[in-house]
Design a protein around this ligand. Structure first.
Ligand SMILES: C[S@@+](CC[C@H](N)C(=O)[O-])C[C@H]1O[C@@H](n2cnc3c(N)ncnc32)[C@H](O)[C@@H]1O
Length: 198
């Protein structure tokens, strides 16, 4: 029987197929247990870097990456991959990659719900847009949930409104039912149309 790959449920949640991801440079932001990377790397689907602010199991690479960063060097995606590693400990608000490093950024249950303030979410969004290549897409599952507090919904609504004003981006809000809880909400697909002015 052929093996059925699940990619940690990422393809199902983000409503994507393998063909869309094939050969792309992917950042899994807030990767947690790196569920996407396990299948994606094993089966050479795409080049994946997993990033999390808390990656206790990745200490040797962290040490190396921190030394590089201390020297003012941003290791490129190719460098992480060439080391046979694919994980980096960093915060979504300050991404340790050059601009336009990725074709796809995944945020599953990370931005905005895991970030402590609206400013943190705004910084993370700005960083994600910076590291996305032109024509690249970032996916946020979810971006907004109906059961969130009125404050969180208002904060997130303001962030989405800011993104909508940016002529260099195309946004698509997709209704979802969050798989784990059955709660309704929306996912966001953001595409970078052209270079942003920084
Ligand atoms: C709910 S888990 C989701 C894990 C993974 N995306 C998945 O769907 O299996 C949220 C993850 O976001 C990480 N996280 C929270 N705040 C972060 C930040 N500011 N920068 C990077 N990662 C963060 C947490 O450490 C945690 O691993």
């Amino acid at each position: 029987m052929p093996e059925i790959l699940d990619y940690g449920g990422y393809l199902l949640d983000f409503e994507l197929n393998e063909e869309f991801l094939h050969g792309k440079r992917v950042l899994d932001l807030g990767a947690g247990a790196r569920l996407f990377a396990y299948d994606a790397i094993d089966h050479s689907l795409c080049q994946t870097v997993s990033l999390d602010e808390n990656s206790a199991g990745w200490q040797s690479l962290n040490l190396w990456a921190k030394k590089q960063l201390a020297k003012g060097k941003n290791p490129t995606v190719e460098t992480y991959l060439a080391m046979g590693q694919n994980s980096v400990e960093a915060k979504a608000q300050v991404l340790p990659f050059p601009a336009e490093s990725f074709d796809i950024v995944f945020s599953r249950s990370v931005v905005p719900q895991m970030l402590p303030t609206a400013e943190d979410s705004a910084n993370a969004l700005a960083e994600i847009i910076r590291v996305l290549a032109v024509d690249g897409s970032a996916f946020f599952y979810p971006i907004m949930m109906e059961h969130w507090t009125p404050e969180k919904k208002e904060e997130t609504g303001c962030l989405i409104a800011c993104l909508e004003e940016d002529q260099s981006l195309e946004l698509e809000l997709v209704p979802i039912i969050f798989r784990e809880t059955g709660n309704p909400g929306h996912m966001l697909r953001l595409t970078k149309l052209r270079r942003t002015v920084t």
